[in-house]
Design a protein around this ligand. Structure first.
Ligand SMILES: Nc1ncnc2c1ncn2[C@@H]1O[C@H](COP(=O)(O)OP(=O)(O)OP(=O)(O)O)[C@@H](O)[C@H]1O
Ligand SMILES: [Mg+2]
Length: 348
């Protein structure tokens, strides 16, 4: 998010209102950063709606995000991702519905709720003529009571200890993202919100960020809410993915569920020796009566999951050896394209 010198970031807590979060376990590992219990509801959206005049930017969105997970919010341009995030962070008013952070309503209990959030809503804006450390010191001073040791813990967490005393203008975009994340972690938030954080990063930078966010969630129990319009990235980075389209929540599933074939029907691709290919097709046809397609050396067909063992048995009985066999999965991308082209009403 962009900050002017006299502006506080949205997540700066009011110290008087800070209360210890229950059930936290302080650990004395090499990086002294609070570990939170996993599986607790950290973010809860209830019928969240945003209207701009007649346009419904976010339409009745309800979802829960738990500690310890990376939750992907996937949608094409204009789907309503940033608007949702802005409402969660208290940067945009809520037309209807509610957003709760660890049970605290963003509407009714704003300070408490917002003190539990860290985030980068747009590109992290740093003071480029200052070092990474000076930037973090500045943000820490806004919180009031963060020691150098705590800052250093966060620096180590984002693995920037070797470069932290260099000026930000000498950092790569990926390093700036890390400092941005370090900054948003200074007050040990329960929820980290990142709006399209991999924008502009190269594949290596994306890979690094992916591993880092997973580590933060899985090891430290932070709930991470991350938006993107890039399908493959979500598939690799997230534990669960929600698809939002034209303001509406289409579905939420674990990445595994997204890729699991539906209705227990498996798409099987197998190859046999070219000399046995036609024989294999005949055998499979008579055994299963299914529609069989061929693609160069591959024999492609679909079967209920429980019939899978029978495939190798039938072929082996006719002395046909399987050279390779793979089970086709429906990618999040296929699902995403199907859903987005088939659903949703036009938004005026
Ligand atoms: N301040 C505003 N006034 C009017 N309409 C707005 C405003 N902000 C967003 N919108 C509209 O709300 C809808 C959702 O926008 P939003 O920025 O949330 O989408 P997004 O999913 O973040 O898209 P992108 O991937 O392009 O960032 C769009 O139709 C957008 O034009
Ligand atoms: Mg956006």
């Amino acid at each position: 998010m962009s900050l002017k010198t006299n502006q506080k970031p949205f997540f700066v807590p009011d110290n008087d209102n800070l209360q210890p979060v229950q059930d936290d376990i302080k650990t004395e590992l090499e990086i002294n950063f609070t570990k939170h219990k996993k599986g607790e509801t950290v973010l809860s959206l209830k019928n969240l709606t945003k209207r701009y005049g007649k346009r419904v930017a976010v339409d009745d969105v309800s979802l829960d995000v738990y500690s310890g997970e990376v939750f992907g919010f996937l949608g094409p341009n204009g789907a309503g991702k940033t608007t949702t995030i802005r409402m969660i962070a208290g940067l945009a008013s809520i037309t209807q519905g509610e957003a709760f952070i660890c049970g605290h309503s963003i509407k009714k209990d704003f300070k408490q709720a917002v003190s539990l959030i860290g985030g980068i809503i747009e590109n992290p804006e740093m003071y480029k003529h200052m070092t990474g450390w000076q930037n973090l010191k500045y943000y820490a001073s806004l919180y009031g009571n963060i020691s150098d040791e705590q800052i250093m813990n966060v620096v180590r967490l984002v693995k920037m200890e070797n470069r932290i005393h260099e000026k930000v203008k000498r950092y790569s975009l990926g390093m700036r993202q890390r400092i941005g994340i370090a900054q948003s972690l200074l007050h040990s938030p329960r929820l980290l919100i990142l709006d399209e954080p991999t924008n502009g990063l190269d594949p290596a930078g994306i890979h690094e960020m992916r591993d880092f966010l997973k580590m933060l969630a899985h090891e430290y129990g932070i709930a991470i809410f991350i938006s993107s319009h890039i399908l493959t990235e979500m598939q690799l980075m997230c534990d669960r993915v929600a698809i939002i389209y034209k303001g509406k929540l289409i579905a939420i599933k674990t990445v595994e569920e997204w890729t699991r074939p539906q209705n227990n029907i498996l798409k099987i691709k197998l190859s046999v020796s070219p000399l046995q290919k036609n024989k294999a097709i005949k055998v499979l046809n008579s055994a299963f009566g299914c529609d069989i397609q061929t693609n160069q050396n591959l024999i492609v067909f679909s079967l209920p999951e429980e019939q899978l063992p029978k495939v190798s048995l039938e072929l082996a009985a006719r002395e046909i050896g399987i050279v390779s066999m793979s089970l086709g999965e429906k990618s999040l991308e296929e699902t995403f394209l199907e859903l987005t082209s088939a659903s949703g009403t036009e938004i005026s």
